[in-house]
Design a protein around this ligand. Structure first.
Ligand code: ZN
Length: 230
């Protein structure tokens, strides 16, 4: 199943995706990781992206989509994947629709006040991008990444005064995607009304996915049943 995880910054969609991915046995593709990997490995598309970044320009959607296209054509994506961090806008969603058919869009719905609380306690590895939390996901060793031993910092993005702006941008640019996927009949909401541990959120997302894939199968067998009766 090809899935998109939608949700405001700090909704926990990245953490959810990384917990759901091994249990559904499909890769978790984060555009942030894709960028880092392509640049690190010096791929052609990575060099192109790096050029824009070094000039302080936004990497054009076409470049991001090309990077994604290469990734989802790989063998491990044939049974599906989870896309996290893309699309963020309607034009990006339209470009994505041209390279692959998404089966489900999971919207992780978390109230703003919970997000603000959560983001202001979030810390990130400077080197590999791994995310920790000062409250419930502290690194084993203070200030040092469990995964790569890199330095852990609070990203400028996660400073409380910047969070409000990020949420506002999300409302304007990304929230319309909810309607986009709703119109296509593939949107599923997972509501988290209060602060929930990541494991509980992941369980809720898994249950929603299982229910949805069951209903899809029933739909398919219903269609087959009809044609049998003709
Ligand atoms: Zn790290």
């Amino acid at each position: 199943m090809k899935k998109i995880f939608l949700g405001a910054p700090g909704s926990g969609k990245g953490t959810c995706a990384s917990k759901v991915s091994p249990r559904r046995n499909i890769p978790h593709i984060s555009t942030g990781d894709l960028f880092r990997d392509n640049i690190k490995n010096g791929t052609e598309i990575g060099d192109t992206a790096k050029g824009y970044m070094e000039r302080g320009e936004l990497v054009p959607d076409e470049v991001v989509v090309e990077m994604l296209k290469e990734r989802i054509e790989e063998e491990d994506c044939q049974a599906g994947f989870i896309l996290d961090g893309f699309p963020r806008t309607i034009p990006q969603a339209e470009m994505l629709a041209k390279i692959t058919d998404i089966d489900a869009a999971i919207n992780i719905d978390v109230p703003n006040e919970v997000i603000i609380q959560r983001l202001s306690s979030r810390i990130t590895c400077k080197d590999c991008g791994e995310i920790f939390n000062l409250r419930d996901m502290r690194p084993k060793e203070e200030g040092i990444c469990d995964k790569c031993q890199g330095e852990i910092i609070r990203r400028p993005d996660d400073e409380p005064e910047v969070i409000q702006n990020r949420l506002k941008t999300y409302e304007e640019k990304t929230a319309p995607l909810i309607k986009f996927y709703e119109d296509r009949g593939i949107l599923k909401h997972v509501s988290c009304d209060q602060e929930q541990p990541p494991e509980e959120m992941a369980q809720a997302v898994l249950a929603t996915i299982e229910e949805f894939s069951k209903s899809l199968q029933e739909e398919v067998s219903g269609v087959l049943g009809l044609s049998d009766n003709e």
